[in-house]
Design a protein around this ligand. Sequence first.
Ligand code: HSE
Length: 288
Amino acid sequence: MSIRVRAPATSANLGPGFDCAGMALELWNELEVSEAESTLVEVEGEGVSETPRDANHLGLRAFALVADVEGKHFRFLNRIPFARGLGSSSATIALGLVAACLWEGVDLDPAELLPLAARLESHADNLAACLYGGATLSWEEEGLWHARRVADSLPLAPIAVIPEHSVETIVARAGLPGTVAHADAAFSGGRAALLGAGLASGDTDLLTAAFHDRLHEPYRSLAAPILSQLQEKPARGSVGVTLSGSGPTVIVWGRHEETSACAEELTRRFSDCRVLAMPVAAAGAGVF
Ligand code: HSE
């Protein structure tokens, strides 16, 4: 028996939707699981040197929540840059969970997979987008994570500017303040409302107005200097810029008709970064 699954990259927060909003992107990690005499883990692509090759691998820990990892060969193909704010850990968790469900013949939908996945990651914004696809909103209630997919696609083109250096989410979260000023909370709460409405309705003006945050981006901009550079001097054809998750990747929101010109300018200006124009992925993690 052999199964193959894939899981998309994701961008979380989308500005003011901290720990809530996310979107799936057309960049996929893959996992093939087959029978073997003992447990084998192979990893190819991004993050090869940083990944354990035993049961401590995040994908195997996720698999083990549903099925036994013993006597199986796990082959991971990683395309999502590691520790750059593009949801590589969520994708790895989703791969393990979805593969285990298929292996066991258990039919779990994203709403059932999300609370399981959230046992391995403390915030579910990336996980929700990865499992559902499209754009999602997630929230925690009495210790359980819930999510809704609010859009299959968006009226703007996300272009990721991915620096060479990595940022660990745990470190980025530790740098956030314990309290914020009422004015900043009010500003971000209002922009988050615009974001939810803009995602659900596909209204470009609402989204453009929404892409501003005072809850987390200002505290993370030191580790992601391209964010303020792009806020001060926007790229041609772009309507906004958001930090992707905890960074350091930045998402430049381009008008669809100007995506190529925008990506070309970004490539010129940030020659030490990878620039990837990635459409929103309508599908979430699953077989392919
Ligand atoms: N919402 C999380 C954060 C996403 O901003 O810390 C981390 O990828």
